[in-house]
Write a protein that binds this ligand. Structure first.
Ligand SMILES: C[S@@+](CC[C@H](N)C(=O)[O-])C[C@H]1O[C@@H](n2cnc3c(N)ncnc32)[C@H](O)[C@@H]1O
Length: 415
């Protein structure tokens, strides 16, 4: 076993080197490509090259977070700042982004990148995830990308996240998780700094967040690592990353045990949100009313009611969403929130819940047509695709054929 101090020192040394342009292993410059990490080319277009090149994450937390203008976002282990810069665009001039990192060299790089991007709503603070230099209940969103695995005291990190989030605030954490790692790997300091040795299992992660008091703890994405990527994390000599963990355990022994997972959760309290639940026959009139009020099509809702959800508050439907399924594909549709209930993240909650249900019902790819919320759908991981690519079974649906103008962009996402 290694002491917490030894682990911290090894991690800090590794990321000081990475900040100075030497290799880092958790992210794209090491083993994981941008595509795997989940950034879209469009998202990265406006960022300084230095910030993109310095990314070392294993996911794209903002792809799953409903960060809105005016909010305060904290990025734990902000590295060279890629996610802070993306968050700065989302929160706009009325919002604020704080990046915390324990490696001074990383902080300097992040500050230079924020200056190059011209963002004045981002600040970086030197500090540790286990003792965040952030006031109690002061943050709307916490994001973190491939960092918490590096902490030897994860319960302390989860407690700190809970302390600084405001009641009702949310987190979106992308991280490496691993099942049953051999002891040699767990004791290897290089494997610690490579984001492998400190990785806990998905179950332990969920339990850790729940123990810290979080509600609605969910896994929102899983990206399994291939052998070559694990080899890079484990430090096989031939691995592209080249920072060997000197472990005697080969990548083959780790196959299927290591992946990048994104978790979402909510700190209880704050304004109570509505309950999201499956729609029943009694909800049909309310769903029609919501859609008519928003000038959205109602055709086909009754036929697909079993795949509809409603958001209910004080006994009243304040939002709805649904899908038309055809085997392994589905057309998401009818996302609507009553005007008085907007800007509270209800639309995103409905959408996330629908995605989870679609996945559970065997849907592999979701499509949607939108004229009004393309940017939000992009933030939720959808990308524009040509209309000809929609599967024939969906093209025949009333939503697709009759109700949306031919100019409405078609978007798709693999679930
Ligand atoms: C793998 S890099 C990820 C950087 C960034 N999130 C990204 O996606 O590019 C890990 C970062 O976390 C920082 N870090 C590691 N352990 C930390 C801790 N306990 N407290 C604060 N920062 C930490 C490192 O200094 C490094 O910058």
């Amino acid at each position: 076993m290694r002491s917490n101090e030894e682990i911290k020192a090894a991690v800090q040394e590794r990321y000081a080197q990475a900040a100075q342009g030497q290799t880092g292993c958790c992210g794209p410059s090491g083993s994981v490509t941008f595509q795997v990490a989940g950034y879209g080319a469009d998202e990265l277009k406006g960022l300084p090259q230095e910030a993109v090149g310095g990314a070392l994450g294993c996911g794209n937390p903002l792809a799953f977070a409903g960060v809105e203008p005016g909010q305060v976002v904290l990025d734990i282990g902000s590295g060279a700042g890629i996610d802070c810069l993306l968050a700065a665009e989302r929160v706009g001039p009325a919002g604020r982004v704080i990046g915390v990192d324990m490696t001074p060299e990383m902080l300097r790089r992040a500050e230079a990148n924020a200056a190059a991007a011209g963002h004045t709503n981002v600040e970086f603070r030197l500090g540790e995830a286990e003792r965040l230099p952030v006031a109690d209940a002061s943050v709307d969103w916490i994001i973190s990308n491939c960092v918490i695995n590096l902490s030897p005291d994860k319960p302390a990190v989860f407690r700190e996240i809970s302390r600084v989030l405001r009641p009702g605030g949310r987190l979106l954490i992308a991280d490496v998780v691993a099942e049953a790692l051999p002891e040699q790997v767990r004791a290897d300091l290089t494997a610690w700094s490579s984001c492998l040795a400190g990785a806990i299992s998905e179950k332990e992660y969920v339990a850790g967040l729940e123990t810290a008091g979080f509600a609605d703890v969910q896994v929102v994405s899983r990206l399994p690592y291939e052998i070559g990527q694990i080899a890079a994390l484990a430090g096989a000599p031939e691995a592209a990353c080249g920072c060997g963990a000197a472990s005697e355990v080969g990548a083959d022994d780790l196959a299927g045990k290591v992946r990048s997972v994104s978790f979402s959760a909510r700190k209880p309290g704050g304004a109570n949100g509505p309950t999201i639940r499956a729609a029943g026959a009694a909800d049909l009139p309310a769903i029609h009313e919501l859609l008519e009020e928003a000038r959205l099509p109602t055709a086909g809702v009754a036929d697909h009611l079993a795949d509809f959800l409603v958001a209910e508050e004080a006994g009243r439907a304040v939002g709805a969403v649904g899908m038309e399924r055809a085997g392994e594909v589905a057309l998401f549709r009818s996302l609507v929130v009553r005007p008085g209930a907007r800007r509270r993240g209800i639309g995103e909650r409905l959408f996330r819940a629908l995605e989870a249900i679609a996945r559970a019902r065997g849907v592999k790819r979701a499509y949607l047509l939108t004229e009004t919320i393309e940017a939000r759908c992009r933030a939720w991981g959808f990308t524009r695709v040509p209309r000809e690519t929609v599967p024939a079974a969906l093209r025949a649906s009333p939503e697709f054929t009759g109700c949306c103008p031919a100019s409405a962009p078609l978007m798709a996402k693999d679930l």
